[in-house]
Design a protein around this ligand. Structure first.
Ligand SMILES: CC(C)(COP(=O)(O)OP(=O)(O)OC[C@H]1O[C@@H](n2cnc3c(N)ncnc32)[C@H](O)[C@@H]1OP(=O)(O)O)[C@@H](O)C(=O)NCCC(=O)NCCS
Length: 167
């Protein structure tokens, strides 16, 4: 309980009502006891940042084996559609978002999840859309994640990905 003086009058009433709707005055918070109909719950949020040079280097060292391990054929085609300069940026963006998704799933890089269990392709507006399969899909189902919000950004040196899983 907060031990601060609350003024009388209308200001005090407003402050008291605000506190009473939280746990600050020891009362139950309506927001935590009853959720409005259609309320969605965030299960987790993950972000990641990837160096484009690191992706370029892995590609130089492992070639197609690296591509096939990390990206589905459709993702590889999408990234290869761009001019050469941005090819590794698109790959790095996908790599970053996959790491962000692993953070939401809570597994990190451990476990039986394959990188290709996560496929990120653009919709007609260019917005990235996630499709899960295999172990990643199983874990997401276990966590009751029904909807994903994902976002990718990249410049010539780095790519970032942000993912939110919602119940
Ligand atoms: C979304 C947009 C503002 C981002 O521009 P940017 O700052 O230059 O680029 P960023 O590196 O920050 O972001 C690129 C990522 O934005 C995402 N993106 C693209 N269009 C998007 C959209 N309509 N909504 C949400 N995200 C979008 C993609 O994931 C893209 O990366 P990817 O192609 O590797 O998947 C810009 O791409 C845009 O205006 N798009 C409108 C639709 C369009 O022109 N599409 C062309 C694709 S055919």
């Amino acid at each position: 309980m907060l031990n601060i003086p609350i003024p009388d009058g209308i200001d005090g009433k407003i402050i008291r009502q605000a506190f009473e709707s939280t746990d600050l005055m020891g009362g139950a918070s309506p927001a935590t006891t009853t959720q409005p109909a259609g309320f969605k719950m965030i299960v987790g949020h993950g972000i990641d940042i990837v160096s484009v040079d690191r992706i370029r280097q892995m590609h130089a060292e492992h070639g197609q084996r690296f591509l096939d391990r990390c990206f589905t054929p459709a993702e590889q085609s999408y990234c290869a559609r761009s001019e050469k300069k941005r090819y590794f940026e698109h790959l790095a963006g996908r790599f970053a978002i996959k790491e962000a998704i692993l953070k939401v799933l809570g597994t990190g890089r451990r476990g039986a999840i394959q990188w290709t269990d996560m496929e990120i392709l653009p919709n007609e507006l260019g917005q990235p859309v996630l499709k899960l399969s295999g172990e990643a899909d199983r874990i997401a189902t276990d966590k009751e994640i029904r909807r994903w919000h994902i976002s990718i950004s990249h410049i010539d040196t780095h790519a970032t990905g942000s993912a939110i899983g919602e119940k």
